[in-house]
Design a protein around this ligand. Structure first.
Ligand SMILES: Cc1cc2nc3c(=O)[nH]c(=O)nc-3n(C[C@H](O)[C@H](O)[C@H](O)COP(=O)(O)OP(=O)(O)OC[C@H]3O[C@@H](n4cnc5c(N)ncnc54)[C@H](O)[C@@H]3O)c2cc1C
Ligand code: FES
Length: 268
């Protein structure tokens, strides 16, 4: 069940160039049902006023609070980053289906590009609760000053985080996919592929490369699609994607899909 509630900005901080975190607190009204990893919220700023709400992954979830991390790209994200700190935000959620995290996985590999990392933290938190699992994060960014998330993934969740930048200004020169390929084919070798689950979120070419490698190697992989959305509720049909089993709507059937379902789509 989704609930529409007014939230206020508890804290707003800049994490990296153009990247912000908002810690949001429920102001009044109905408490939204507990969110699960993989789900997202639709956020409408009220100052300046937004015509359409925008989708954001849940970075952290509390009982009457949640955090999102986002990149400033247009009017809504600008309003969230620089608009009135006292503004009310109208939030609808939690939206979408929770991710299916495998119970029998021993190693989770997360592959995130840029703000795609934002959808992976809540998932990693769920994985961390399990006994005797290892979690590795391959994170790619355009350049050093856009790197974020180390405090949350490495220090907070104790997850090994390999960093790559397109220009080599931080970590390995290359992409998150290059890091992922090194993990899979690296010298140390990996345990049984049947014990691994991969999640990827970020630019389409990166997700395509990760999905294709996983399919070729028989590694279970889930892809988190961040399609443009109008309603986020399954009503406008604006987020339709062609999958192996017909048309699906990212806001209702996703945003997390089995890579086998959407390889053609991310390759298009
Ligand atoms: C399920 C889901 C989860 C998301 N989670 C996050 C998140 O945690 N952090 C984050 O930074 N972003 C996330 N996004 C993307 C975010 O919704 C967009 O960046 C946001 O809607 C931009 O709104 P805007 O009004 O600022 O920009 P707009 O004016 O709407 O767009 C600015 C520019 O960005 C392009 N654009 C906007 N949205 C998208 C998109 N989804 N894909 C490709 N291009 C786009 C537009 O074509 C335009 O060129 C998510 C999207 C989805 C569907
Ligand atoms: S965004 Fe309206 S149906 Fe998905």
């Amino acid at each position: 069940m989704k609930v529409v509630s007014p939230f206020r900005i508890g804290e707003r901080r800049q994490l990296a160039r153009g990247i912000f975190q908002l810690d949001l607190v429920l102001e009044c009204g109905k408490v939204p049902p507990p969110a699960r990893p993989g789900q997202f919220v639709m956020i409408a700023p009220t100052f300046p006023k937004s015509v359409l709400p925008r989708p954001f992954s849940i970075y952290r979830a509390g009982h009457e609070s949640l955090s999102v991390v986002f990149k400033v790209v247009g009017d809504n994200t600008r309003a969230l980053a620089f608009g009135d700190i006292a503004q009310q935000l109208i939030i609808t959620g939690p939206c979408g289906k929770p991710a299916a995290v495998r119970d029998d996985a021993k190693l989770f590999i997360l592959v995130g590009g840029g703000c795609g990392l934002a959808s992976l933290r809540f998932l990693a938190q769920e994985m961390r609760l399990r006994d005797k699992v290892e979690i590795m994060l391959a994170a790619g960014f355009p350049t050093a000053d856009e790197v974020f998330g180390e405090a949350d993934f490495e220090s907070d969740l104790c997850i090994s985080m390999d960093i790559a930048t397109d220009d080599g200004s931080r970590g390995t020169k290359g992409t998150a996919f290059d890091l992922f390929r090194n993990i899979i084919f690296g010298e140390e070798g990996l345990p049984d592929y049947a014990d691994i689950q991969v999640f990827t979120c970020g630019p389409k070419p990166m997700m395509k490369a990760v999905a294709q490698l996983c399919l070729a190697e028989g590694i279970p992989c889930s892809v988190i699609l961040e399609e443009m959305m109008a309603c986020g509720l399954g009503a406008c049909k604006g987020c339709a994607v062609q999958t192996a089993s017909g048309i699906k709507h990212v806001c209702k059937d996703g945003p997390v899909f089995d890579a086998r379902e959407v390889t053609e789509y991310v390759a298009s």
